[in-house]
Write a protein that binds this ligand. Sequence first.
Ligand code: HEM
Ligand code: SF4
Length: 556
Amino acid sequence: MYDYNNFDEGFVRNRVSQFRAQVARRISGALTEDEFKPLRLMNGVYLQLHAYMLRVAIPYGSLNPHQMRQLAMIAERWDKGYGHWTTRQNIQYNWPRLADIPDMLEALADVGMHAIQTSGNTIRNVTADHFAGAAADEIEDPRPTAELLRQWSTDHPEFQFLPRKFKLAVTGSKADRAVTKAHDIGIRIVKNDAGEVGYQILVGGGLGRTPVVGQVLKDFLPREDLLPYVEAVVSVYNTLGRRDNKYKARIKITTMENGIDKIHDLVEARFAQLRPQFSGIDQAHFADISANFKAPEFKTASLDGYHAARDADPIFRSWSDTNVDDHRANGYGIVTISMKAHGATPGDADGNQMRMIADLAEQFGHGDIRISHEQNVVLPHVHRADLPAVFATLRAHGLATANAGLISDIIACPGMDYCALATARSIPVAQEIAERFDELKIEHDVGHLQIKISGCINACGHHHLGHIGILGLDRAGVENYQITLGGDAGPDTTIGKRAGPGFAYDQIVPAIERLVLAYLDLREDESETFIDAFRRLGEAPFKAALYPEEDKTHAA
Ligand code: HEM
Ligand code: SF4
């Protein structure tokens, strides 16, 4: 873990006291809401449907138990007792009183956290693989790179007023768990033929109303060129990006309008100017940062108890098969704690759950906790001998749902429950789908299937990248849900295609059910996942299941 040094601490404390004075001026009426808006946005404060909202950064999704307990305390003291994990590894508090927000920020500063640059047209929270430092397939831990980028981008004087928000994600594994191709800049740690570790740089990905898959801008960038190169990309975007139209302001549009070749040439030219300004201090600093992320001392223990528990308890076995991934260290596993109990709000955690997770991490997880972009919580380093105990505690707190990667492990944005921009509900749709498939008891038979739901075209719920995506719209005052098929958030990121006309609220769950039952009929065998079957067969049989009436008309 990276711990704040004196500079970080002083910087964050200063920001809190500055904002405290601004909030006081807003409350006294000295500032209007319009005048206050840019100030609050600098500090992660939104004005939502019912209340203000505070978005707190969790850099590359990493938390220690102490920080997790503080998030719990904040939720209980100043919110309604819970928080909401987001797809960009933040936590959102949906019900704070404006007057309390400076105290909340102070409490965050106490544990080395803040909300700076979690909103506004700046470089947002730098995200990374939630299995970082643990994954068996990792080339290198992406967290030191993400931390270097975080420090470089925080309060970067040139990049506080970009044409639009700007998102970076880093992965160190081929299995891209950071969705790098859906980011403004995606950074993939790679090895070249000479065995040197460097970066592949992708640019121009994004979701929203115009979803685009990022393109490769540089195949192999030496490590020491990272900051000047990324600075060159952002600086070209800052100059070239459109400020006349909010919907055309993202770098994905800049790249489409100018072409990747022109962007490439401009970046190279800017890079040549910037490179000499980087003296190498950043590399010395990178080495210091890396030292903070050294792996914990892994223990050795007998696996007999683990195997015995698997044999004795099918519920434990099912959970450990579904929610525990392979770890690079002998005898260890990576535990995904599903925040998607059937019928629960996807991604919500209350104070008790947060504290329980903090305790588990301390007792069994080398003090490390991650928040995944799928809105789950991960304990990256758990010895398998401890899994029965971890499972028992999770089960006692209702957090042992064995559904990681399955149909009820749904990403859903806040939709009409909170969001001022929503055109439809997302959370209840996710809840009803999860409950329906729990009733049918076919979730494990269906296997890996990602459903992602957004409550408007902004695509916060990543619906474009769902194997089945659901987009809630407003049609003349009535909620209408459009289905997209064939999206994928993996290394070969794919944007799903719209299946056809949308469905009314009470028709959406039956439509998903028809789709999934059709897949069960169509698949070659159990090893063929939904997305594989979709790729083999194309959309026609799936559309026929979705729109049976239409099919009859055609047949007549
Ligand atoms: C309730 C407060 C929220 C507001 C007001 C909000 C607003 C927005 C807006 C306006 C966009 C469109 C960006 C564009 O077109 O460039 C967007 C995109 C996005 N938001 Fe949210 N959002 C909220 C909550 C969330 C939550 C809870 C998540 C995670 C579940 C999230 C993650 C994202 C992501 C991943 C995008 C993708 C678009 C992209 O960057 O390419 N947002 N959001
Ligand atoms: S997708 Fe739309 S409704 Fe959902 S959180 Fe984003 S802006 Fe709000």
